[in-house]
Design a protein around this ligand. Structure first.
Ligand SMILES: Nc1ncnc2c1ncn2[C@@H]1O[C@H](COP(=O)(O)OP(=O)(O)OP(=O)(O)O)[C@@H](O)[C@H]1O
Ligand SMILES: [Mg+2]
Length: 231
């Protein structure tokens, strides 16, 4: 089976500091991978390279077998949609509704003012509402994002990835700001989505116990180097 995402020999330096050192990893549809590693070990840097917020110094990234380094313009936007992101700091626009946040993700090329004026297609609205219902937010669809709880905001971010039909979800410490119960809810949701929708999840965590509970595979990072971890 072709991995959904395959990164080979990624390296990234900031000045003299090696943040990512020759990292290779791949994730398949339906798989939940957890990355554990101390602060500063390079976990976020790997995610920034994978989502192309940062250009790696070396290495290659394939999505569904196609290289993404060379893509530009619309083709790049299409590939980017395939990678959804959830961060520790809830990355929603606070003053607009849950639904508008999800629509905005679906219409990555659409300026925010158009979203705020409600100028988008019914099909985008329907897909976005379905995604919110899928993550259990039927009653919060029209609620302003800033008034949602932390766990609800993370669910909106997950819904955004679903609505934009991402194949891979990169979740960088998605539960670090949540209480233990909300953390379990979010991790359970993400794992269920790997099973029901074939989503591929790569998630960084700080708690080994949670990794043991949820991960199909655990990777460890130390000083920029990634290794497979025995369970
Ligand atoms: N933009 C940048 N400029 C300079 N150095 C950076 C930059 N981004 C990351 N680094 C450095 O790269 C190393 C890896 O950082 P990174 O944020 O990837 O670690 P992390 O594993 O995500 O840590 P944490 O668990 O604290 O989130 C650190 O030494 C960090 O200071
Ligand atoms: Mg980090």
């Amino acid at each position: 089976m072709t991995p959904v995402l395959q990164a080979t020999n990624l390296s990234k330096k900031f000045g003299a500091r090696v943040a990512v050192s020759d990292v290779s990893l791949s994730v398949s549809a339906g798989e939940f991978i957890v990355i554990l590693g101390p602060s500063g070990s390079g976990k976020t840097s790997v995610f920034r390279c994978l989502s192309r917020l940062e250009d790696a110094d070396t290495g290659s990234i394939l999505i569904d077998g196609a290289p993404i380094e060379t893509l530009r313009g619309r083709a790049l936007a299409e590939q980017r949609r395939k990678i959804g992101v959830v961060f520790q700091q809830f990355n929603l626009v606070g003053r607009i509704s849950a639904l508008e946040n999800v629509v905005a993700g679906r219409l990555a090329d659409t300026p925010l003012w158009r979203v705020m004026l409600g100028r988008f297609a019914q099909a985008d609205l329907r897909k976005s509402a379905e995604a919110l219902i899928a993550v259990g937010l039927r009653d919060q669809i029209h609620q302003r994002a800033s008034t949602l709880s932390g766990g609800q905001q993370q669910r909106v971010a997950i819904a955004r990835a679903l609505a934009q039909e991402s194949r891979v979800l990169l979740a960088d410490e998605p539960v670090a700001s949540l209480d233990p119960e909300a953390a379990q809810t979010i991790l359970t949701l993400m794992r269920d989505l790997t099973r029901t929708r074939g989503l591929a999840v790569i998630c960084t965590l700080h708690q080994p116990a949670l990794a043991q509970t949820y991960a199909d595979r655990i990777l460890r990072m130390e000083d920029g180097v990634m290794s497979e971890s025995a369970r």
